[in-house]
Design a protein around this ligand. Sequence first.
Ligand SMILES: [Zn+2]
Length: 200
Amino acid sequence: MREDAFKLTNEEKIDIIKDDVQHILETLGLDLTDDSLKGTPNRVAKMFVKELFGGLNPDRKPSASTFENKYQYGEMLVEKNITVYSTCEHHLLPIVGKAHVAYISNGTVVGLSKMNRIVDYYAKRPQVQERLTIQIVKELQDVLNTKDVACVIDAKHLCVNSRGIRDTESSTITSEFGGKFKDKETKREFLDYIKMDTSF
Ligand SMILES: [Zn+2]
């Protein structure tokens, strides 16, 4: 990101982007006096700044509250099927998928939903899936003070599924294995857990 990324307030950004969206739609020949389109520039601008790309703002980063591992639980903890809604930075089209995250505690644990929040925070940016995977692992390594963190993401990219090659079935898998997860057996255990097809 640029140094001056946060010189403008959210409201100022929304104001500028609103005009840009309006310009795009007008250039395409649409009639913006139409009731259905009238509010679109403002809606899109707000959605960009506050939702889809809200994770660019460090203020939105989930707070790093951790707990002591009182139960002396020494095995890996896996949070699987975390929903990923992101946006591909090459086409600004949705990336939709699941993240599976695991760690082995070295004395510190996090609340389970914290892992979902961290995934969502980094997803809410213009992204590439490889970077997203690495950012999630790095953040959890920092928060948990251990290298023993892993993440696998399986996601569909609408830029592949709905345009260009239009392959609706393909999905993209990325992975990052830190510390003990680089060991064959630990990696195998994690991959076996996320393979389980549990239905609730
Ligand atoms: Zn793309």
